[in-house]
Design a protein around this ligand. Structure first.
Ligand SMILES: Nc1ncnc2c1ncn2[C@@H]1O[C@H](COP(=O)(O)OP(=O)(O)OP(=O)(O)O)[C@@H](O)[C@H]1O
Length: 613
């Protein structure tokens, strides 16, 4: 009984000031109290510096990206895959930011923001893509697109192989790694994957009710609608959105989506993607009171192709035509954005409709144009580079005077340094905050046993003290309960005549009653934390941190929102299995409950974009 009362009631929830002042010999407690408040002051000073540095870093990054251009175009040259031993000179040569294409009767010169030659690695590409991920974490919508002729390595760049990971798995890894390091905000991520196939949208993470083989008959269940809200954000109605609490789950879902893609054999590529594959990572950042939501789109576009050359016929030819049409619509949109035209033709294809809130104002775009080094592909190479040229800034740096170019370079270097310095200091600050928080937690742990011990020694081991300690636990949550604990303490510290103190039997009865009364209260409290408002499919998780987790609701009422357990990947039946989301689950006390999903009638604030086309 004694052990249970002690062990079961070591609780830190009672406000420290109450404890230290109420206990007869509060000196020891007061010492810990002081230590804790010093640590808290230290933490709040560090956090304020952290906020300042974060602001500086964000501003520097925004300026840097704006100066470089919010649509950046890279070019990657695929290594030669010729099996012959004879070295044939490639018509494509690259120098710095320029690509020269020389062939009989052809002499063309293109410039882009960055060129990756045949020897470039996945690391090199990701190194240049990485800064834009910080923008996504800072709250901007970001779009990374792989464009190019079929068989030039778009899927290789985006997905990679198991030993040479591509941009998507690396980006996912980077998001989780940043979330784990950043002590100023709490992040949560969710993933969706869809395919734009022959002008219709297919949910790649939906339960397996759709045929995985290609079919000419439009499957209505996979033709999702695109909706635009009055605020300008775009939603795909009914698209599965899976919350991913950690990197492992995120990779599992990403692999599942990849496996569901439509591919086929063509003359040019054994495993040719016959669609545009779009992976969306929704980032929810909670830094204090507000929650910021941004989207990171990672898009492996279908290969642009000459239909005769790919040997396409029938369905494969139709697929090729659909891909070419939507790529041309994408080119028009990017060109209009570059020229800052008032009308941007988003509605010309499903692809551009979906991406419309992530290509325009305030968004950041990186397009990696892929080309082949071989002579046979010169025509397609020129077409792809022509596309890149349309996407490049009209007033490109080549048209700037040498002086202006130098000034621009200098400013870029300054901003880069400013950002790196801030990042370095932030890294140190994060460590300091973590260590101060650990010390504070340890002090708090020390404090609770000392409360119990102090009370015990004061009562010379009397069981009455155990009751006092026991009530500390009851006092955890409410001010009334704290008050009850205080009055009990007064009772046990001699403010009543001795004959009114409990006998051994009554103490045991009281102890048992307190213990059993405590149980349902505790259960209720746990249930209160785990219940779901409005039966929404939202749930709480932290990005693999020991810190408090954030609970959120999707805020996108018609999106399916799945909770994932590693053994729940096999989602079956017509409805999404959200049992994990709805089952009551104990949560850490620090977590807070998601706000209820607000279900406004769709017609009030959305219009159906797909109906307008
Ligand atoms: N940089 C590279 N290094 C090594 N291998 C590469 C590279 N780029 C492409 N490949 C290889 O070339 C082949 C075709 O690449 P991939 O399937 O990525 O092309 P794609 O552009 O996605 O084609 P499609 O549009 O038809 O889907 C693959 O076998 C891939 O592994």
């Amino acid at each position: 009984m004694e052990k249970e009362a002690m062990g079961g009631h070591v609780n830190i929830m009672l406000p420290l000031e109450n404890l230290s002042s109420d206990l007869p010999n509060g000196g020891v407690v007061l010492g810990h109290d002081k230590e804790i408040s010093t640590l808290h002051e230290e933490i709040s000073a560090l956090r304020s510096r952290q906020r300042h540095l974060n602001r500086r870093r964000r501003e520097a990054l925004d300026k840097l990206i704006d100066l470089k251009g919010s649509i950046r175009v890279f070019c990657r040259v695929r290594p030669s895959i010729s099996t012959s031993n004879i070295k044939i000179k490639s018509p494509v040569t690259v120098e710095q930011e320029n690509i020269l294409v020389r062939a009989v009767g052809i002499k063309k010169d293109f410039s882009v923001d960055r060129v990756f030659d045949q020897e470039s690695t996945q690391d090199d590409v990701f190194h240049d893509v990485k800064p834009i991920l910080r923008s996504a974490l800072d709250g901007h919508n970001v779009c990374i697109l792989a464009f190019g002729q079929t068989g030039t390595g778009k899927t290789y760049t985006m997905e990679g192989t198991s030993d040479n990971l591509g941009v998507v798995p690396r980006a996912i890894q980077e998001l989780f790694s940043h979330a784990a390091q950043d002590t100023s905000s709490t992040y949560s991520f969710s993933i969706s994957m869809l395919e734009v196939y022959m002008g219709s949208l297919r949910d790649l993470l939906a339960p397996r009710q759709q045929p995985l083989f290609r079919s000419t008959e439009g499957n209505t269940t996979c033709n999702l609608s695109i909706l635009a809200t009055t605020s300008g954000s775009v939603q795909v109605e009914g698209l599965t959105d899976v919350a991913v609490p950690d990197l492992k789950k995120a990779n599992q879902w990403y692999c599942r989506g990849r496996r569901s893609r439509s591919t086929s054999w063509t003359n040019v590529n054994n495993v040719s993607s016959r669609s545009h594959c779009l992976t969306r990572i929704t980032i929810r950042r909670c830094g204090g009171v507000s929650e910021q939501v941004s989207k990171l789109w990672l898009v492996d576009l279908g290969g642009s192709e000459r239909l005769l050359k790919t040997g396409a016929s029938g369905l494969t030819m139709d697929e090729g035509k659909a891909i070419n049409l939507s790529l041309s619509a994408l080119g028009d949109v990017i060109a209009a954005l570059r020229r800052k035209r008032s009308h941007v033709p988003y509605r010309n294809s499903k692809l551009t409709q979906i991406l419309s809130d992530s290509l325009g104002d305030g968004s950041k775009v990186v397009m990696v144009v892929h080309i082949s080094p071989s002579k046979e592909d010169v025509g397609e190479t020129i077409c792809s580079l022509g596309f890149a040229k349309r996407a490049m800034l009209i007033e490109s740096s080549r048209e700037l005077s040498e002086d202006l170019k130098m000034l621009k370079r200098k400013r870029l270097a300054e901003l880069d340094k400013e950002m790196r310095d801030a990042e370095q200091e932030l890294g140190v600050l994060n460590e300091q905050i973590r260590s101060a928080e650990t010390s504070a937690a340890e002090e708090r742990k020390k404090l609770s046993p000392s409360v119990a011990c102090q009370a015990l020694s004061d009562e010379k081991g009397s069981p009455r003290s155990i009751l006092v300690s026991g009530h500390v636990d009851d006092a955890a949550d409410s001010p009334q309960a704290t008050q009850r604990a205080k009055s009990r303490m007064m009772v046990h510290h001699g403010s009543v005549p001795h004959f009114m103190s409990a006998t051994v039997c009554s103490r045991q009865r009281h102890g048992a009653a307190t213990h059993s009364a405590g149980k349902p209260r505790l259960t209720r409290s746990v249930n209160a934390y785990s219940s779901k408002p409005g039966g929404s499919q939202s749930f709480s998780h932290s990005a693999s941190k020991a810190r408090s987790s954030v609970a959120f609701s999707s805020g996108e009422p018609r999106l399916k929102y799945l909770s994932v357990k590693s053994d729940q990947i096999n989602v079956s039946s017509n409805s999404i299995d959200s049992t994990a989301a709805s089952a009551p689950r104990p949560r850490p006390r620090e977590s807070f409950v998601s706000r209820p999903v607000q279900r406004a009638p769709l017609h009030q604030h959305r219009r159906r974009m797909s109906c307008l086309t």
